[in-house]
Design a protein around this ligand. Structure first.
Ligand code: CMC
Length: 391
């Protein structure tokens, strides 16, 4: 082989060419297929964005309706999946459950690994878009000891997700348009983010020609970690800890700056954004609106704003260009919606699903080679073997 360039964390290595998401970290620009995240969050529905990311164009009404119908025709999961879900302890973290169930889907829908034709690929895509929300909702209901239910096919994609999650055991469910709009926006803001850790994982897994569902399952596992999607849970837990500590933000700022303390200010910093995270700006505003609309006064929001203000004025954070990221305010909205904190990263996965699918489809369609980085070996040179009695 030729000369190997070392780039830990792939900070400066492009792994593919892509026409899905454009990101300029200096200017804080994020666009899906050329459309700005600000406009999409304001004017599009999540399902339109799903279609846009995966197929490259905004759908017209007819195309979107057909797409939604196709997804709805896959909105029932095999009953045996309930048995797998039942076997998990109630204490299981929802992200582990989500990853396992997504992987398990392959067993029930084995044809989903067929990508020989565009039609076969399309079928796998609408299958997972139909079944994933069911798994998400059931993962939450299992945790809460609620019966596993289906939604209502007459509802919109996001409305139906909320109904599946929140329908009471006696069947009651009152739809709140404020929550539908808020979730729609949050899912759009999470829908893709080019070659981040979980997306790269999906592409690498898929590059061995493993099927779509297991590729997604590995992406879910990558998303779980607190440096990535798990940060949204970690942020809320951090804000709660600060609140319990009498709102002592200074103490946590000091911990975050202390190089001997592994603690980081969760929800701060980003590999690519070095000025601001455009998603965080939209989410902060949405958090204020949703709380106001619902008439909730959450002291956690004040702590978050106070912490952000202090950090933005502190030379440690300014010098390192650390700003609030997408995960900093999202949990405040999820919590106002009644979603338990351990489910926050699952909600991130629900939003990121179309991005993962679009990136997997692009990778397979472009017939990209297997992902296989090299290394610089720094271990022992040759050593003669010694038998166990001589060691
Ligand atoms: N708190 C305190 N110090 C930090 C933080 C933080 N949140 N983030 C980075 N730093 C420091 C870091 O210690 C380093 O300092 P020094 O140069 O003195 O050694 C410098 O800033 C650069 O950090 P890095 O770790 O080299 O940067 P990275 O690009 O490898 O990591 C990151 C990016 C997002 C993993 C990191 O900023 C982080 O751990 N943030 C907290 C977790 C978080 O909020 N993750 C969500 C990311 S956005 C959405 C997503 O991906 O899901």
């Amino acid at each position: 082989g030729g000369v190997i360039t070392l780039d830990p964390g792939y900070k400066n290595t492009g792994s593919c060419e892509s026409s899905i998401t454009f990101l300029d970290g200096e200017k804080g620009i994020l666009r899906y297929r050329g459309y700005s995240i600000e406009e999409l969050a304001e004017k599009a529905s999540f399902l339109e964005v799903v279609y846009l990311l995966i197929f490259g164009e905004l759908p017209n009404k007819e195309t979107l309706d057909k797409f939604h119908e196709d997804i709805k025709s896959h909105s029932v999961v095999d009953d045996d999946l309930k048995k797998i879900l039942d076997a998990f302890p109630k204490s299981a973290h929802p992200m582990g459950v989500l990853s396992s169930l997504t992987s398990a889907l392959t067993a029930f829908y084995p044809s989903s690994v067929d990508v020989a034709s565009e039609e076969a690929m399309y079928n796998s895509i609408v299958t997972i878009l139909g079944k994933f929300p069911v798994i998400v909702a059931w993962t939450m209901r299992k945790k809460q000891g609620l019966p596993l239910e289906y939604g209502d096919d007459k509802l919109g994609y996001v409305e139906n997700i909320l109904k599946m999650m929140f329908k009471s055991p006696n069947g009651d469910y009152i739809q709140n348009p404020i929550l539908v709009n808020a979730l729609d926006k949050l899912l759009i803001l999470h829908a893709d983010h080019e070659q981040n850790c979980s997306t790269s994982t999906v592409r690498i897994t898929g590059s061995s020609h493993a099927g779509l569902f297991v590729s997604l399952a590995s992406g879910i596992s990558a998303l779980w970690g607190p440096l990535h999607g798990g940060a949204n849970q970690a942020v809320l837990e951090m804000l709660e800890a600060i609140k319990a500590d009498g709102g002592d933000t200074k103490k946590y700022m000091a911990k975050a700056k202390d190089k001997n303390d592994p603690f980081r200010l969760m929800g701060f910093g980003h590999r690519v954004y070095k000025n601001f995270d455009p998603r965080a700006l939209i989410i902060k505003q949405a958090a204020e609106e949703v709380l106001a609309d619902l008439g909730i006064e959450d002291p956690i929001l004040d702590i978050a704003k106070g912490l952000a203000k202090e950090a933005l004025e502190d030379s440690y954070f300014v010098d390192r260009k650390l700003y609030p990221n997408v995960d900093f305010y999202s949990g405040i909205i999820y919590r106002a919606m009644g979603i338990p904190v351990e489910m926050f990263t699952v909600m991130f996965a629900l939003g990121r699903l179309p991005g993962w699918i679009a990136q997997w489809k692009e990778m397979r369609t472009r017939k990209e080679p297997i992902g296989r980085p090299r290394q610089l070996y720094i271990g022992e040179t040759y050593r003669p073997f010694t038998t166990i009695d001589k060691r």
